[in-house]
Ligand binder design. Structure first.
Ligand code: CP
Length: 302
């Protein structure tokens, strides 16, 4: 099984990942090694920068008793003109699971035809980031009873157009939960596929209505020319006075990295859960790797 598009995951699979991640989280203090991935190798293949996704996949695989190899594009034979597809075919010989991040939105769809190994989309340009959506959903469920609440209200803030984490999470929330989703974005960062006059706000005036506020940075790398007007937008800055207006029990999320959109002065506020998202990424990715290895073992029992 691959994890390429969030749309390909059904509720049964998502629920199984949530439950398994919870089990891994509950057992994390015991520091007992698992041998679930013993003998398996995960390849981290990142053509775009990453701190959390690459390191958490590495930690997750090692926690399960597996090996990790890391592809370094700048020191690879792509610099001698080798194609990306040949590079990935080569990596697949050395590994059992490939985690791929690439700026090309469409490349990931070509991989299953040329590689007979599970592949995980760790971000395809500005399009999708499905494992981030799963860890975000897990984080929400750790704080809010989304399975029994009548409606989850969530405000996405920042660069809606280029944020792959928002695109994947919105799909999950719209598909499997009764969600009221609203957007507050930078100029030139509207996503016409998601936004309309009825779900777009232009201030934090009603921030007290939301169960979840999800902030994102301006994705500078997706613009050819970044206008001064966008760079200096400060009305989307979340500081203590904004957090204080959020309703009791609500949470402030961010996939990170952040630039200036959340003032570090609020980091210790109990509503701010972005550092919990980082930790939860380990358990959710352990659950994903576990499910892939279970399927591999079921296919080839000897
Ligand atoms: N959230 C996220 O994808 O972070 P990295 O870019 O550091 O992997």
């Amino acid at each position: 099984m691959n994890i390429i598009h969030i749309q390909e995951l059904d509720f049964e699979y998502i629920a199984s990942i949530m439950n398994k991640a919870c089990e891994f989280k509950n057992n994390s203090t015991k520091k007992q090694p698992y041998n679930i991935a013993n003998g398996y190798t995960l390849a981290n293949v990142f053509f775009e920068p990453s701190t959390r996704t690459s390191l958490s996949f590495e930690v997750a695989m090692k926690n399960l008793g597996g090996h990790v190899i890391t592809f370094h594009n700048d020191a690879s034979s792509t610099k001698k003109g080798e194609s990306i597809l040949d590079t990935l075919k080569t990596i697949s010989v050395y590994s059992d699971i490939i985690v791929l991040r690439h700026h090309d939105c469409d490349l990931i769809d070509q991989i299953p035809d040329i590689i007979n190994k599970p592949i995980i989309n760790a971000g395809n340009g500005s399009s999708e980031h499905p494992t981030q959506a799963l860890l975000d959903l897990f984080t929400i469920s750790q704080h809010i009873d989304i399975y029994s609440m009548r409606q989850l209200s969530i405000l996405f803030v920042g660069d809606i157009k280029h944020s792959r984490t928002i695109h994947s999470l919105v799909y999950l929330l719209n598909s499997f939960f009764n969600s009221d989703i609203q957007y507050y974005c930078y100029p030139f960062c509207c996503d016409d596929n998601l936004m309309n006059n009825n779900n777009t706000v232009s201030s934090f005036d009603n921030i007290h209505n939301f169960d979840v506020v999800y902030s994102t940075r301006l994705q500078n790398e997706r613009f050819d020319n970044l206008s001064h007007d966008i760079k200096t937008q400060s009305n989307l800055l979340i500081n203590q006075s904004v957090v204080d207006k959020m309703k009791p029990g609500s949470i402030l999320m961010h996939p990170l990295p952040r630039n200036h959109e959340i003032d570090p002065e609020v980091d210790n506020d109990p509503k701010c859960v972005y550092f919990s998202q980082i930790e939860n990424g380990i358990y959710v990715r352990m659950a994903i790797i576990h499910s892939m290895i279970e399927q591999c073992s079921a296919k080839c029992p000897f």
